[in-house]
Design a protein around this ligand. Sequence first.
Ligand code: ADP
Length: 259
Amino acid sequence: KPQRAAEPSGPQKIPGVDRIIAIASGKGGVGKSTVSANLACALAAQGRRVGLLDADVYGPSQPRMLGVSGRPASPDGKTILPMRNHGVTMMSIGLMTNEDQAVVWRGPMLMGALQQMMTQVQWGALDVLIVDLPPGTGDVQMTLAQKAHVDGAVIVSTPQDVALIDARKGIDMFNQLKVPILGMIENMSTHICTNCGHEEHVFGHGGVASEAEKWGVPLLAEVPLDLQIRLASDGGAPITVSQPDSKQAAAFHAIAKQL
Ligand code: ADP
């Protein structure tokens, strides 16, 4: 009986990449991309060789958050050279389309693009590759976990019940995919009025801490809802880069030290 050539099966390592950490959320808009960008920059500032793969195929925000534009070059027509800013090597589907252009692709095309970003991009030698996932529990998460050896996932959520319900589904999915949960982050945890210093829990407070406890995973940080964090990301230099010594940046540095 003719033997089929052995095909690589199961999750593979990306050559040169030591660890892959996925940043996930159940819902959109909870700050997963903000956390990914700040975490990558914080890790770089701590001397680690960091890559950031923007796999949020429907709403890629890393080009803007990391201040990267232009098309990545492909000198040999086969491999793609990643971009680099703030000490972070990065690649995003957003660099392959115009900012105003919607990605209206069917699943298989998206998965092709994701695989291309994992296998054809010359990531070089990295201590850690951060993957900014799309929200939810869909094809991208499954494909990533099945094709690449993901070392762990970090779940970002606001303390609001509607976000926590979806975060729970995310945890369940990673458990099924046998990807360890490294911890949870409560984003938009408190808001301190820049005028009067009054502290307000816009989306509630402590919901993620109790959820993390329930699952037996660490609460990595509580990040405040803060104007400077938003302005910095919109300006293309995350707060960990633009105000590295601020208390806002300290929260992200604390997360980086735990990973
Ligand atoms: P997601 O990736 O989960 O969709 P984003 O990171 O794009 O969420 O965040 C959604 C919006 O909220 C962005 O405009 C971002 O700048 C803002 N944002 C996220 N986290 C914070 C925060 N801690 N403080 C202030 N604004 C934030």
